[in-house]
Design a protein around this ligand. Sequence first.
Ligand code: URA
Length: 232
Amino acid sequence: MRLDKYLSNFSGLSRKEARQVIKAGDVLVNGVMLTDPTCSIADDAQVKWSGLQIAPAGPRYFMLNKPVGYVCANSDSHNPTVFELLDEDALEDLQVAGRLDIDTTGLVLITDDGQWNHRVTSPKTQKSKCYDVQLAEPVTADAVPLFAEGILLRSEKKRTRPAQLDIVAPTQVKLTIHEGKYHQVKRMFAAIGNQVVALHRESIADIVLDANLAPGEYRPLTAAEIASIDNV
Ligand code: URA
């Protein structure tokens, strides 16, 4: 990449300002002063401007507390998208790692690291997802082994993977699943003759929705949260 382009892309300087500081001798590439803004530099070159290291920003990772009414899509002609809640550059590079339905709330992971996204969502890695579920009808203890054995969803040939059902109150449960089929939680309860009236995702693997995030708020993931995806 051209030196002036590299510097303006990753420093916040305009292209004109970048050319000026390069010509003034303020820029070192691999420890050597370069004063020609048009010279080409390697992708892994070490660039310093007035002693400051200038480097492409690393991958980005966020958790969002998704409110009702937002879709997990990069664009949508009818509904607001979760990306409209983010005050970030280059939104088009970001992707949701595990979608939620428009009426589901809670933890949504968003990143521009495609490989990390794959490790979160790939059926092979079987990351757990824990939901708080409000139901139309009371659920009884005999549902627990049904979920543990796996539920046969309508129009599927194989049962779901074993899921853990914890009854909190007659019409409130926590459900932990290890896959992400379309409308999975709603279909699991439909298969036992019940209906989900509210669904909230609390965690994905070891990443738990931050209780300080109000609906619609988001924050970067910590380094430990990012790394935890590879530990579980
Ligand atoms: N299961 C559903 O039915 N909906 C979601 O949004 C997530 C899991």
